[in-house]
Ligand binder design. Structure first.
Ligand code: PNS
Length: 178
């Protein structure tokens, strides 16, 4: 597998310890691993913008020589061909992930048979972890210890505080209008 370039795509909003676990596993298996942040037009307003997510991923993977971080838009399979990648890496945490992941893998293979999807399981301790849950716990003031790296936790808390201040500010502005 050392001659294979793989792409690990996702939203990474924010990067979690589960993502990092998979990146470490993928970097051992493949010759090169590109962590690719999708510019996803369908998703509701993200917590972090794409550049912020890239910055955090880069900081957290800096010690892995064969891992790089990029932002992509459009179809994943087009991006794979453009980057000469022949594999897509995806994590499966539980059976509930399987249906969606299978659909995506088969559709990608139909569109581009040269690209194979490889599934890996993160460590069991991350099987209940997702970026969505991290965002929700953080918004409600819960603990993030063990779920994301410390630097990411600090940035999540700062970002949520900023968003709450700006939404309170706009609420007050609205109230003072005649
Ligand atoms: O972290 P996520 O949100 O589960 O990642 C989903 C992602 C980004 C891998 C998926 O939405 C994707 O591949 N988007 C790119 C557009 C695309 O190729 N869509 C067709 C998929 S069959």
């Amino acid at each position: 597998m050392k001659d294979i370039v793989a792409i690990y795509p996702g939203s990474f909003d924010p990067v979690t310890n589960g993502h990092l676990d998979l990146i470490h596993r993928g970097s051992k298996l493949f010759g090169r691993l590109i962590v690719a942040i999708a510019r996803n037009l369908d998703k509701a307003e993200p917590l972090f913008d794409l550049e912020e997510r890239k910055e955090m991923l880069e900081a957290m993977t800096a010690e892995l020589d064969n891992v790089s971080v990029e932002i992509f838009e459009g179809l994943l399979v087009h991006y794979c061909i453009q980057r000469n990648a022949n594999a897509v890496l995806r994590g499966i945490r539980a059976v509930s992930d399987y249906e969606f992941e299978l659909q995506m893998a088969l559709m990608n293979r139909k569109m581009e048979p040269r690209v194979e999807t490889v599934f890996m399981m993160p460590a069991e301790k991350y099987s209940y972890l997702s970026a969505r849950i991290v965002r929700e716990i953080a918004k409600l003031g819960g603990p993030l210890t063990g779920l994301v790296p410390e630097m990411v936790e600090q940035r999540v808390r700062r970002k949520i505080a900023q968003k709450q201040t700006s939404s309170t500010g706009s609420h007050l502005k609205r109230r003072t209008k005649p």
